[in-house]
Design a protein around this ligand. Structure first.
Ligand SMILES: [Fe+2]
Length: 431
C-alpha cells in the first residue's frame, strides 16, 4: 500500500518547505469551527434569542442529519438529537459502529450508510476516533472515488457540496473537534494523518458539553490530557507557530498542569472536566494551524506497534522533543516563564526544570516515563528496533519539524526512552 506520507519528494522537500520558520510571515491563515461550550447547548425549548441549536439547524435544509458515534458515546445521542427533532423537525439516522483508530473499513461502511440516507448535516459524537471516522466518511460520501491513503496536504478535498460537519467530543484530548486532520488506520497497521491542501476537515461547528466527559475512567483522563499537553507544546514549538497559535498553546499548557491532576483524581467533578475539555479543544487549534512535533512521530510508531494509548506515548516522548528542539530554538524558555520555572542564570537548568515538571505530572497521573514502565519487553523492543527506525521518519509529524534526525540519533533516543534516561546532549551524537 502506498501512502502520501511515504512520498520521497514530500518528505525531503515538501515538509521542510511548508514548515520553514521564515515562511510563516509569507501568509498566515487560521481555521477554527464555530465553537459553543457549556451546559445548555441542547435545550428542548427555544429561548428568547437564537441559540446553537438554531444556528446548526439552519444548515440542515433537507431535514436529514446523520449521527456518527460509537458503542459508548451512543448513550448521549438522545440528548443531542432531541432539540433538533423537537424544535426543527430534523430526522436522524444513527450509525454507532465507529471503532478505535478509525479503521478504513469502518469509514467506508459509514460512508455507504451516509450515501443511502443522503443527509446535509453530519454529527460526529464521541472521542477522536468517532470524529475522524465521520470526517473520512464525509469525504467518501461527497467523493465516493477518493483514495484516503494518498490525500497529501497538496490535494484539495473539495468538501461541503453535500453536507456540513458538527463535532461533539466526549473525551478531552485529540482536539479533532477543531482540527483539519483525520487519523485513519489501515490494515497494515499504518495510522495515517490526512487533511488535504486546505484544512477542510475543520468541522463547521464544535459543541462542547462537559457533562459528556463526566465519569471518564482515570487512565483515559490521564492519556487524553497528556495528548492535549503534547499538542500544545508541539504546536508552540512548531517552526510555523505564530503569535496567535502560541498564545493559545501557552494558555493550554498552564491549564493542563492546573486541572489534569484534579480531573484525574475525581472523574465526577464537573469543573476540572470543563477545564480539560476546553484545554483539549484549544490545544487542537495550534496543532491544526501551526503543526505537530516529533513527540507525535515517535509516539505513533511505538503506540501503534504495542497498542499503548496515544496520549501516554506522545507525552512520554515530549521531554526528548524539548531536549532536541532546544538545539534549534529557545522557545522552551517562554514555556518556563509561563509556568514560573525559569532559571535566570542557566537555560540548561530551565530546560531541566521544565522536563522535571512534565515528568512529575506524568507520575501524578500514573503515566509511564519510560517504555519499560509502559510494559514493552526489552527483547521484543530490540527485535523491532529496525522497523521502528524505518517507520518513524515516514511520519509527517517527524519531517514537518525543525530538522531531521539521523538514524544514529533516533536509535539513541529510543534506547534512552526505553530506560527513561534523558539524552546526553553533550555527547558526540547530539553535538
Ligand atoms: Fe495527539
Amino acid at each position: 500500500m502506498s501512502y502520501w506520507s511515504h512520498e520521497y519528494l514530500l518528505r525531503n522537500w515538501g515538509g521542510p518547505m511548508v514548515q520553514a520558520e521564515f515562511l510563516k510571515e509569507a501568509q498566515r491563515a487560521f481555521f477554527v469551527p464555530r465553537i459553543f461550550s457549556g451546559l445548555n447547548l441542547f435545550l428542548d425549548k427555544a429561548g428568547l434569542l437564537p441559540d446553537a441549536v438554531d444556528l446548526v439547524a439552519k444548515e440542515c435544509k433537507s431535514k436529514k442529519a446523520f449521527l456518527v458515534t460509537d458503542a459508548y458515546a451512543v448513550r448521549f445521542a438522545p440528548k443531542v438529537m432531541r432539540p433538533y427533532e423537537k424544535r426543527h423537525g430534523i430526522t436522524f439516522e444513527v450509525w454507532a459502529k465507529a471503532k478505535p483508530d478509525a479503521p478504513i473499513d469502518t469509514v467506508m461502511e459509514c460512508a455507504q450508510r451516509m450515501r443511502a440516507f443522503g443527509p446535509d448535516l453530519i454529527f460526529a459524537l464521541g472521542g477522536g476516533s468517532s470524529i475522524d471516522t465521520a470526517k473520512g466518511a464525509w469525504l467518501l460520501y461527497e467523493h465516493p472515488d477518493a483514495n484516503i491513503a494518498i490525500l497529501s496536504p497538496l490535494i484539495p478535498l473539495n468538501l461541503r457540496n453535500k453536507a456540513k460537519l458538527v463535532a461533539i467530543p466526549t473525551t478531552s484530548g485529540t482536539g479533532s473537534e477543531v482540527t483539519g486532520i483525520a487519523v485513519i488506520s489501515f490494515p497494515d497497521g499504518v495510522k495515517l494523518g490526512t487533511g488535504g491542501a486546505l484544512p477542510e476537515f475543520v468541522p463547521d461547528f464544535a459543541l462542547l458539553d462537559p457533562t459528556f466527559t463526566v465519569g471518564m475512567p482515570p487512565e483515559l483522563t490521564a492519556g487524553t490530557g497528556g495528548d492535549a499537553l503534547a499538542h500544545a507544546v508541539d504546536g508552540f514549538m512548531a517552526p510555523r507557530a505564530d503569535e496567535l497559535n502560541q498564545a493559545i498553546a501557552l494558555k493550554v499548557i498552564k491549564m493542563v498542569f492546573e486541572w489534569l491532576p484534579k480531573a484525574y483524581k475525581n472523574s465526577n467533578d464537573l469543573m476540572p472536566r470543563m477545564k480539560m475539555q476546553q484545554a483539549a479543544m484549544m490545544a487542537g487549534i495550534p496543532l491544526s494551524n501551526a503543526g505537530s512535533g516529533i513527540s507525535h512521530a515517535l509516539g505513533h510508531t511505538i503506540g501503534g506497534l504495542y497498542h499503548i494509548h496515544h496520549g501516554a506515548m506522545v507525552l512520554l516522548f515530549l521531554p526528548y522533543e524539548l531536549q532536541i528542539y532546544s538545539k534549534a530554538t529557545s522557545r522552551y524558555l517562554e514555556i518556563c516563564d509561563t509556568l514560573g520555572i525559569r532559571d535566570n542564570d542557566s537555560d540548561t537548568k530551565s530546560l531541566a526544570n521544565l522536563i522535571e515538571k512534565i515528568r512529575n505530572l506524568m507520575s501524578e497521573v500514573n503515566l509511564p516515563v519510560s517504555l519499560k514502565d509502559a510494559g514493552v519487553s526489552r527483547g521484543d523492543f530490540e527485535g523491532h528496533l529496525d522497523t521502528i527506525l524505518d517507520q518513524t521518519p515516514t511520519d509527517p509529524a517527524f519531517y514537518f519539524g525543525w530538522f531531521d534526525l539521523t538514524r544514529e540519533q533516533l536509535m539513541d533516543l529510543f534506547l534512552c526512552a526505553y530506560e527513561g534516561n534523558l539524552l546526553d546532549m553533550n555527547s558526540e551524537i547530539w553535538r
